[in-house]
Design a binder for this molecule. Structure first.
Ligand code: NAD
Ligand code: UDX
Length: 479
């Protein structure tokens, strides 16, 4: 089947960049990205490309080239479903927060809603592609919903038919455009060879055919969960090793290099840090844990659950280290937090370790000054307030939500270090590597500490400075 019109439901971190790259690589296709959020669509259509809803290196240029040529953002759900030959479902699949499976299982209400809209409005034969990350066998649910309309008594519906594919997305934020343009692989799962061929045809416009892997539906759905589980497990593994380094005098950078040089282990994803964040790892592992329990595999569930448990404990442990170094109390102490996004080169803060760490420091009574090059004040405030309201809010100081004494957003980094008790690097933004630490050491208090939780600074420069230095995975503290 020749594809001319594509529709993507969900204009988020995946739908937006992925469709932008498809439109850019296949200019014969019409690509319509739709969303229920008018605000999100307005942001995608903003003339000022610095105000797109997502910051991703390289994204602006593609939007400039393709928007309103063969790439369109709108809320016209009915019209775009009707005209589509192929529909990507790219909506959010958060963790369920109530009912059976709460805190573990995927909340599929947005996916279900898409299936209902598609079943209502689609015309002729339509290929439905799962782009969202989903529990194994979701395709079956989608198929049941789609076919319910066909099987209804309404004769008009005999004019429609569907085939379902799974095509999970492996992009990482901050490198999304590069990952989409040069993917390690594209995974397509399905049972209908004709539909698989149609989707392969699109990707083969820019991806080598030997990098396009085709599997059955269930292998494809499962591979996405397992891929994220393996990656997250690696981060928890290296963070656990960082603690062994701290205790023994070994150095995490050296250990990472030594083990990563073994081609069976590989050098990527061995960077110790404050714990993994982002919208995917925790939710996808919990989803996997839920599936394992459901399928009667409690030991397997417990194996993967530990990856998440360790990640939470790791962040708590960082708080303990900070409080200990600052003489056991943070009350009224000025602490500068550098970085709020969950990693560099993105404005995404979902599950960022900074949320937990900033909230805990506030709970200890600290006065925070928070900086991030791409995350604004409103977003930081929202994340911390949400975290506190969902957690033990009664344990936080009475004056929260925040006033200017307990926290400030930092617009002027150079002038914020005066009399600080501590500086904590939580995101590995390039600009933090290049700060003038000599000057900063003259501004902070005499007993001040710099905590480098990302291991981005050269510890040797701190030997001569008036600043105590702590770095993840190293045992030497220097003054
Ligand atoms: P997101 O929250 O950024 O975007 C989802 C969008 O879907 C939102 O704008 C929302 O308004 C819209 N939406 C929800 N229901 C809708 C409906 N019925 N009709 C129209 N629009 C609707 O989420 P995301 O980060 O883009 O993730 C989407 C999926 O991709 C998730 O399953 C996620 O696990 C997966 N994924 C995410 C990443 C990532 O790095 N963010 C990477 C790979 C896979
Ligand atoms: C992840 C997967 O990498 C991607 O394939 C999938 O499609 C979506 O989920 P993302 O969450 O965007 O991507 O970023 P990623 O680079 O995987 O980082 C996740 C978290 O792990 C971040 O908080 C990051 O700082 C942390 N991390 C990553 C480390 O602490 N050390 C590392 O070596 C790598």
């Amino acid at each position: 089947m020749k594809i001319n019109n594509i529709c993507c439901i969900g204009a988020g971190y995946v739908g937006g960049p992925t469709m932008a790259v498809i439109a850019d690589k296949c200019n014969y296709l019409n690509v319509n990205v739709i969303d229920i959020s008018q605000k999100r669509i307005d942001d995608w259509n903003n003339d000022d490309l610095d105000k797109l809803p997502i910051f991703e290196p390289g994204l602006k240029d593609i939007i400039k080239r393709r928007r309103n040529k063969n790439l369109f953002f709108s809320t016209l759900i009915k019209e775009n479903i009707e005209s589509a030959d192929l529909i990507f479902i790219s909506v959010n699949t958060p963790t369920k927060n109530k009912g059976i499976g709460a805190g573990m299982a995927s909340d599929l209400r947005f996916v279900e809603e898409c299936a209902r809209q598609i079943s209502k409005y689609a015309i002729g034969h339509t290929i439905i592609v799962e782009k969202s990350t989903l529990p194994v066998r979701t395709a079956q649910t989608i198929e049941t919903i789609l076919n319910s309309e066909i099987n209804s008594k309404n004769k008009r519906n005999h004019l429609k038919s569907f085939s379902i594919l799974s095509n999970p997305e492996f992009l990482a934020e901050g490198t999304a455009i590069n990952d989409l343009e040069k993917p390690d692989r594209v995974l397509i799962g399905g049972h209908d060879q004709e539909s698989i061929k149609s989707l392969v045809e699109i990707y083969s416009q820019w991806v080598d055919i030997d990098k396009i892997i085709t599997t059955n539906l269930w292998s494809s759905e499962l591979s996405k969960l397992i891929s994220n589980a393996f990656l997250a497990q690696r981060v928890s593994s290296i963070n656990s090793v960082a603690l062994i380094c701290q205790a023994t005098g070994a150095n995490i950078e050296e250990v990472s290099k030594a083990i990563g040089s073994d081609s069976r282990i590989g050098k990527h994803f061995l960077k110790a840090g404050p714990g993994f964040g982002g919208s995917c790892f925790k939710k996808d592992i919990l989803n996997l844990v839920y599936l394992c329990t459901y399928f009667g595999l409690p030991e397997v569930a417990s194996f993967w659950k530990n990856v998440v448990t360790f990640n939470s404990w790791h962040k708590e442990n960082l708080i303990k280290i900070i409080v200990h170094k600052l003489f056991g109390t943070l009350v009224d102490k000025k602490i500068i937090i550098l970085g709020f996004s969950f990693k560099s080169n993105t404005n995404d803060t979902r599950e960022s370790p900074s949320i937990f760490i900033a909230s805990q420091l506030l709970k200890e009574g600290a006065n925070l000054v928070i900086h991030d090059p791409k995350v604004n004040e409103i977003q930081i405030k929202k994340e911390i307030e949400n975290f506190i309201s969902e957690n033990d809010h009664q344990n936080y100081p009475k004056e929260l939500p925040f006033n200017n004494n307990s926290w400030q957003f930092c617009n002027d980094l150079d002038n914020s270090f005066n009399d600080a008790h501590a500086v904590i690097i939580l995101t590995e933004w390039e600009e933090y590597k290049n700060l003038d630490w000599r000057k900063i050491s003259e501004k902070v208090l005499n007993t001040a500490w710099l905590f480098d939780t990302r291991g981005i600074l050269n510890k040797n420069i701190f030997k001569e400075l008036n600043l105590n230095f702590w770095q993840i995975g190293t045992s030497s503290e220097s003054k």
